[in-house]
Ligand binder design. Structure first.
Ligand code: CDP
Length: 227
């Protein structure tokens, strides 16, 4: 069976990673959560005091970016198990502190260049599902299947809020809502690799779809491409 590249982009908290992981498992493909990589670099910047809510020493981050090592281990678990400079940070990168700063870090061309190089290396052999913001437009512009995921902001915030509460975090709904809408705004308007729908992407609005309904739709697209 032909191996293809599947690029999933879209708004924050649309369930891209959950879908991507499910598809990769079924197809026995590699799964890469590119957002986790941007989150890891953001945590690195926070821990080294290069960024906080008021200041951002971009030059310091840029001159240290090559010393960052990110290792992703997909052991059938979700969220992705990720090591930043050999330290396991899978849970830490999902917290609100990282969420509130990641879009500033992700807007830096030097950070993007470094991570995109790594992402392309991971996809050299095809047989990969990668999700993010610029996968179909920049990382793999020739991907055989490009999906652009969206849903209403209210639904997305509710899903993310439920997820954080289930993990035991103390959060308020309005803060989560504000975070996802302001990230979408920043991600869509930045100069380098903004979040935008590729011309040949298929739109998947899952506001009123269950995970199983959406999986069936996408698997039908995939079957038509690989059979
Ligand atoms: O899980 P969620 O949809 O909330 O976000 P994520 O996929 O973990 O991505 C976190 C942030 O990383 C995004 O808001 C973007 O600022 C950035 N990102 C990016 O710029 N390019 C990517 N390919 C993936 C993520």
């Amino acid at each position: 069976m032909k191996k293809i590249t599947i690029a999933i982009d879209g708004h924050s908290s649309t369930g891209k990673s959950t879908l991507a992981k499910h598809l990769a498992k079924t197809l026995d493909y590699i799964y890469v959560d590119s957002g986790a990589m941007y989150r890891a670099v953001t945590l690195f910047a926070i821990e080294n005091h290069f960024i906080d809510e008021n200041n951002f020493d971009k030059d310091a981050l840029i001159s240290n970016i090559e010393s960052v090592t990110i290792e992703i281990k997909n052991e059938g678990t979700f969220p992705t198990v990720l090591f930043l400079n050999n330290k396991e940070v899978s849970s830490k990168i999902r917290g609100m502190e990282v969420s509130n700063l990641v879009s500033k870090v992700a807007a830096l061309p030097e950070v993007r260049k470094c991570l995109v190089r790594e992402q392309r290396r991971m996809g050299e052999q095809k047989g990969i599902v990668m999700d993010g913001r610029d996968i179909g437009t920049v990382v793999f512009p020739k991907a055989e299947l490009k999906i652009f995921m969206t849903a209403s902001a209210q639904i997305r915030a509710q899903r993310r809020y439920d997820e954080l509460i289930a993990k035991g975090e103390t959060v308020v709904f309005d803060e989560v809502y504000e975070n996802i809408t302001s990230r979408d705004q920043k991600d869509s308007t930045r100069a380098d690799s903004p979040l935008t729908q590729a011309n040949d992407a298929r739109v998947l609005d899952n506001t009123n779809l269950t995970q199983s309904q959406q999986y069936t739709i996408v698997m039908d697209w995939i079957k038509a491409l690989i059979d």
